[in-house]
Design a protein around this ligand. Structure first.
Ligand code: SAH
Length: 251
């Protein structure tokens, strides 16, 4: 059996119980070397075989999977955060599917929620935003034109921007154009939940310089939107006068 497992954002305690159980039982682990903490590998049993996917291309990863499958071994493919977000798992799963190799996926805590918890804010505040946009700026991987940052920013929703901090100037230019307000708050969270986590806060017009001064060029989330510091309405769900299926509101 092949298990794609989300390792979580960094802190080793943020893997799921199920994901960690798969790691403990694995005969073979392929881990995303530069992004997943080595600490996760410590729970592996004696004799477990390790492969660092940072040094492998797709066919090499698939070869390790095929071999483990033929030998009836348990293999974990450990991905950073949640595997379904920028995880490049589809091409692996489709190859396994074509060859009739069984697999499962175990979700993980994504870095975008780890980043929001690091700054102690909620993405979805009543009267501020009820939508979270997860996106990135184009790099080697193109982004469909309909999803360019200028048009996404026009929604004024809460945003979490992955894989983009190296291009912070260009990201901010596009967001200023889209949001239309250079004072919109931004928080850049470097290595959320790791022991060397760093948080830089500012606005669309000030953050780029601060991020460069802090030397942050990778492994960061760019969080944008009024959820970071706006006033908001209290929730309906916990309103004293609001009735729900479980509770009768006070008059
Ligand atoms: N599947 C992962 C994302 C992989 S893409 C997830 O769900 O989080 C890699 C990008 O994720 C990085 O460029 C960075 O933008 C973000 N990232 C991953 N781990 C991070 C962390 N601990 N803190 C901040 N951003 C992180």
């Amino acid at each position: 059996m092949i298990s794609f497992v989300g390792a979580g954002p960094g802190d080793v305690e943020l893997i799921t119980v199920k994901g960690q159980r798969r790691l403990k039982e694995a005969d073979v682990i392929i881990f995303a070397g530069s992004l997943v903490s080595d600490e996760h590998l410590k729970v592996a049993k004696d004799g477990c075989e390790f492969h660092n996917s940072a040094k492998m291309h797709l066919d090499q990863v698939l070869d390790v999977m095929r071999k483990a499958n033929n030998e009836g071994k348990k293999l974990v493919r450990l991905h950073t955060g949640d595997p379904t977000i920028y995880g490049a798992i589809q091409e692996q799963m489709d190859a396994l599917e074509r060859e009739g190799i069984e697999y499962e996926i175990i979700p993980g805590v994504s870095s975008f929620t780890a980043a929001a918890t690091a700054i102690k804010r909620e993405f979805t505040l009543p009267d501020v935003s009820q939508t979270v946009i997860l996106t990135r700026i184009e790099g080697k991987t193109p982004v469909p034109e309909e999803e360019n940052l200028v048009s996404l920013a026009k929604h004024k929703a809460s945003m979490a921007i992955f894989l983009s901090v190296q291009d912070i100037d260009r990201v901010m230019q596009k967001l200023i154009e889209g949001y239309g307000n250079p004072d919109t708050p931004v928080a850049v969270v470097y290595r959320a939940s790791w022991s060397d986590q760093e948080i830089v806060t500012g606005t669309l017009s000030t953050i780029a310089e601060k991020v460069k001064a802090a030397g942050i060029r990778k492994q960061a989330q760019i969080l944008v939107g009024d959820f970071i510091n706006a006033d908001y309405s209290l929730s309906k769900l916990y309103d004293r006068t609001f009735s729900t299926e479980y509770r009768k509101g006070e008059k």
